[in-house]
Ligand binder design. Structure first.
Ligand SMILES: Cc1cc2nc3c(=O)[nH]c(=O)nc-3n(C[C@H](O)[C@H](O)[C@H](O)COP(=O)(O)O)c2cc1C
Length: 205
């Protein structure tokens, strides 16, 4: 187990980094470690409805920046992770069948699971909304892991998904950008953590 002080330190270390040092690049093994944390994130029914694109090319970052509210993190970061949500039909049996059968359960339990999944997904108000919620969990896995190894990040929702997706050549019927996650190294220390008090946020019943 990691000691509490170390966990607490990384929770305070993580902040939405506004300016990255463009001269500092992440070691490949650190980038891989962070992406692996995203891959291991939990997801509804274990469907992993995501893909992670890593933009390292400066020219592509520069083309994306105007579609991201011109935020400097897009071009100053070392690596720009784009979390894509899988929008393609979640009721495609080839897709969910593969995900359920890998569990190695017997046929009866697999069928029961699939039935519950189909009922749940059919009743969803919004598939993109459901997918996005899970992409955010993967993002947080990556941000916290990055912080634990001294790497900065910034979750970015301030962008125009249609324009970004067009630039990336995505088929928006299949997948869409949900959240951008630049990684790198801060140029200045963040201000104090601004949070509502514990007792305002937490209630014990
Ligand atoms: C879903 C989401 C979207 C965000 N989008 C942006 C963004 O586009 N640009 C930005 O600079 N910060 C963005 N932030 C960062 C928040 O403003 C920041 O997390 C919050 O103010 C708390 O500050 P801290 O993360 O530094 O503790 C986003 C955060 C989240 C969770």
């Amino acid at each position: 187990m990691i000691d509490r002080k170390a966990i607490e330190a990384s929770l305070y270390f993580r902040h939405a980094c506004k300016r990255f040092d463009p001269a500092r690049k992440l070691p490949q093994e650190d980038l891989h470690f962070i992406l692996e944390a995203g891959r291991l994130a939990p997801s509804s029914f274990g469907m992993e409805p995501w893909r992670f694109l890593v933009v390292r090319d400066d020219a592509l970052k520069a083309r994306l920046r105007p579609y991201c509210w011109d935020q400097p993190q897009i071009t100053e970061c070392s690596d720009l992770i784009i979390i894509l949500g899988r929008i393609a039909d979640p009721l495609d049996p080839d897709y969910y069948g593969r995900m359920f059968r890998r569990r190695g359960l017997d046929e009866a339990r697999t069928s029961a699971y699939i039935q519950r999944y189909e009922n749940y997904v059919s009743a969803l108000h919004s598939v993109p909304g459901w997918v996005s919620r899970q992409c955010y969990i993967a993002a947080d896995h990556m941000m916290l892991t990055a912080a634990q190894i001294g790497i900065d990040s910034c979750p970015i929702e301030g962008f125009e998904p249609r324009k970004v997706d067009k630039e990336l050549g995505l088929d928006r019927k299949k997948e869409r950008s949900v959240l951008l996650l630049p990684l790198g190294y801060r140029v200045q220390e963040p201000g104090p953590k601004l949070r509502r008090p514990f007792d305002e946020v937490v209630s014990f019943l």
